[in-house]
Design a protein. Structure first.
Length: 110
């Protein structure tokens, strides 16, 4: 990343900042299996309506989620599914780190 223009790093930081909120990750996981309206997202996540709407607005403004009006409701879907490859990569790294920490703790018990 050292060859990236410093101004571009602000965009990278903003992208990760959007992904740094647990409720937004819940919304994204909910949308992983396909497009949904707000009522469906609320039902699947257990989050409140105002909370879901706030996070959908942030995700839409960031370009991570796209919204499509359909009649009287709005359908939300993931704008770029590669997002889940990024999440899988992070989860894999966290799992490796946790396994390494567990091994270190087991050594201390001996």
């Amino acid at each position: 990343m050292s060859d990236i223009f410093p101004g571009a790093l602000n965009h990278v930081a903003e992208y990760f900042k959007v992904l740094s909120e647990v409720s937004r990750l819940q919304v994204l996981c909910c949308l992983k299996n396909g497009a949904k309206n707000v009522t469906q997202i609320i039902a699947e996540t257990g989050l409140g309506q105002a909370n879901v709407s706030k996070h959908l607005k942030i995700l839409t403004q960031a370009g991570i989620v796209k919204r499509t009006p359909e009649g009287v409701s709005v359908i939300y879907e993931i704008a770029d599914p590669i997002l889940f490859q990024l999440c899988d990569l992070v989860c894999d790294r966290l799992q490796v780190r946790l396994e390494e920490q567990t091994k270190q703790l087991e050594k201390l018990k001996l």
